[in-house]
Design a protein around this ligand. Structure first.
Ligand code: FES
Length: 157
C-alpha cells in the first residue's frame, strides 16, 4: 500500500465493484470509479479489478491506455500544456517546454511532488495565430516568451 492506494480507498473500490457486477459490462464503470477514487488507475489497482471481475490484466491495461479519461499516474491540480503543434514548434515551443520543466523541476509528462502541476503533452489547440501557446487548464496564453513562464505558473500556486 502507498499513499495513492489506501485500505479505505480499496474498500470503496470493492463496494463499487460489487455494484457494477450487477451491470452488463462492469469493466468500464469500475475503471471510471477507480479513476475517481484514486485519481488514476495504477497497475496494482488494474490487477485487483482483473481478479475481481475475472478479466485478464492485459485486457484491462489495454483499455486503460486506450481511453484518455484514464491515467496510470495521478494528475496534478493544474494541467500545464505547452502546445507542440507545428506552428508553435516553429515559434520556439521546445524552449518553453524546457523552461516549464526547469521551473517546476520535473520532466515532461510528470507531476510535481506537491500535486499542483502536471506537464501534459499538448498538440495544436487551434490558436496557431497566437503561437507559441501555453495552456493552464482551460486558460490559454498566446505569444508566450520564456521570461513569462514563471509569472504565468505563479498565478496558479
Ligand atoms: S500549433 Fe499550437 S496552436 Fe496550433
Amino acid at each position: 500500500m502507498n499513499e495513492i492506494i489506501t485500505t479505505k480507498k480499496m474498500k470503496e473500490l470493492d463496494e463499487c465493484i460489487e455494484r457494477n457486477k450487477m451491470k452488463k459490462g462492469p469493466l468500464m464503470p469500475t475503471l471510471q470509479d477507480a479513476q475517481r477514487i484514486f485519481g488514476c488507475v495504477p497497475k496494482e489497482v488494474q490487477e485487483h479489478i482483473g481478479k475481481k471481475l475475472n478479466e485478464s490484466y492485459a485486457k484491462i491495461k489495454g483499455v486503460v491506455s486506450f481511453y484518455t479519461m484514464f491515467s496510470t499516474k495521478p494528475k496534478g491540480k493544474h494541467i500545464v500544456g505547452v502546445c507542440t503543434g507545428t506552428a508553435c514548434y516553429v515559434k520556439g515551443a521546445q524552449k518553453l517546454v524546457d523552461k516549464v520543466c526547469e521551473v517546476l523541476k520535473i520532466p515532461y509528462g510528470e507531476t510535481t511532488k506537491d500535486g499542483l502541476f502536471t506537464i501534459a503533452p499538448t498538440r495544436c489547440v487551434g490558436n496557431c495565430g497566437e503561437a507559441p501557446v501555453v495552456m493552464i487548464d482551460e486558460d490559454q496564453y498566446g505569444r508566450v516568451t520564456i521570461d513569462q513562464i514563471e509569472e504565468i505558473l505563479n498565478k496558479y500556486k
